[in-house]
Design a protein around this ligand. Structure first.
Ligand SMILES: *Cc1c(COP(=O)(O)O)cnc(C)c1O
Length: 412
């Protein structure tokens, strides 16, 4: 099927809840993807960090196929022989005592919210119905009605109310504002260690350490949403490690599924997790043996290929080279590890034309909000592949804007 036909069908029958870049991917391997016409592109987005191990990693693919030939789904009405080893591996890898497996990231966040509230009522002694969770402005935690209810992006909410009460919003990165938001009913502070969707916002040094202290002082849980920042993306196994702290719980997803399946979890100490009793919470597909086998292989690849170290070294190189371009269109290059945002100057217009120009040069990246291009390639990317991408990124970032059209440098 041609790219045009594929797009036409998707537009004709699919809800128009996305506006994808005009590229159809039919084959993929490592950092490379190919369209039906045979054009090759480098994937510098990695499905928002769900492809940290690269497309179709052979080891994860083998785990998927092997398990698919044995047993794929049991539901949690029965035990399966893959769940225990998966939970053990995930806990050992993350340093948390216990895990509750789900499928999508939003479900992991919902699980964290339920855990925090129930912990507040059963352990902290908050009066029934009064629990408050502090969240940050410009957060992104998923798309359920509860989660979009505490978004500050008007589009995420418009037309979807009424919303779940019990959330208090503070500016991201501001410890004074956070301190002022606590009260006796506060059960948790839910925060992304680096805000991904908001434009790769790295908080000031000491922010998570300060948040940890405030949560301790007010007997509230610190819960980090590591769905995008976790699994080696920022140069550490989890982004909270940059601050030398340990949250009470974290949500994980995306790369846990190795780019093959949706696999997510809420991880916590037993003091939090033991609020859940049989029947309190669950998911038909959560903890299914196929997902467990894939997730174990996904973690093994992160460890054995030392992808934290790779992300740190290559992220430093990528950001350094991008700053060296000295592009007049770039307001800032920021990020950690291989989670990098390039903010385009307002005077140079929005980021989208830059992404379109990159696509014509065979580099796939997507703007987040209006002004920021997110670069988050698979962590398996080689230095040669990075240099290939950088050549085109450099040409695009030092291009000229003529009548609103971006003309990259060195155009053939
Ligand atoms: C992607 C993401 C989610 C939601 O994950 P889904 O699998 O799309 O539901 C939640 N939090 C963060 C930080 C994310 O990046």
């Amino acid at each position: 099927m041609s790219s045009d036909k594929a797009i036409e069908l998707a537009e004709s029958y699919g809800a128009h809840n996305y506006k994808p870049l005009e590229v159809v991917i039919s084959h993929a391997e490592g950092v490379w993807v190919t369209d039906p016409e045979g054009n090759r592109y480098m994937d510098m987005l990695s499905a928002y960090s769900a492809l940290n191990q690269g497309h179709r990693h052979p080891r994860i693919l083998k785990a998927l196929i092997d398990q698919a030939q044995r047993c794929t789904l049991t539901s949690r009405a029965f035990h399966n022989d893959r769940l225990g080893p998966f939970l053990q591996k995930l806990c050992a890898f993350s340093g948390f005592e216990s895990a509750l497996p789900m499928n999508t990231g939003a479900e992991a966040v919902e699980t964290a919210i339920k855990a925090a509230r129930k912990w507040g009522y059963k352990k902290k002694g908050v009066a029934d119905g009064k629990a408050e969770i502090i969240v940050c402005a410009d957060n992104f935690h998923g798309r359920t009605t509860t989660i979009v209810g505490f978004s500050t992006d008007p589009q995420n909410k418009d037309g979807f109310g009424p919303f779940t009460p019990g959330f208090v919003i503070v500016p991201f990165g501001d410890l004074d504002a956070l301190a002022a938001a606590f009260n006796d009913n506060t059960v948790a502070f839910l925060v992304e260690p680096i805000q991904g969707e908001a434009g790769i916002n790295v908080p000031p040094d000491g922010y998570l350490r300060g948040a940890r202290e405030l949560c301790d002082r007010h007997n509230a849980l610190l819960i980090c949403d590591e769905i995008q920042t976790g699994f080696c993306r920022t140069g550490k196994t989890f982004a909270f490690e940059h601050e030398g702290i340990r949250p009470d719980g974290i949500t994980v997803g995306k790369a846990l599924g190795g780019g093959m399946l949706p696999v997510s979890a809420f991880l916590a100490s037993w003091d939090v997790m033991d609020v859940f009793h049989p029947g309190d919470h669950g998911s038909t597909f959560g903890g299914n043996p196929l997902a467990c086998a894939v997730a174990v292989a996904s973690i093994d690849v992160l460890i054995e290929e030392r992808l934290s170290e790779a992300a740190e070294a290559k992220g430093m190189y990528l950001m350094h080279q991008m700053r060296e371009f000295g592009s007049p269109h770039v307001a800032e290059v920021r990020g950690r590890g291989l989670l990098v945002g390039v903010e385009i100057q307002a005077s140079s217009g929005p980021a989208k034309p830059f992404c379109k120009a990159l696509k014509r040069r065979g580099i796939l990246a997507k703007e987040t909000h209006e002004q920021v291009i997110r670069f988050a390639p698979p962590l398996t990317i080689t230095v040669e592949e990075l240099d290939h991408a950088l050549k085109h990124i450099g040409d695009v970032l030092s291009g000229q804007i003529v009548d609103g059209v971006l003309l990259p440098a060195n155009e053939a």
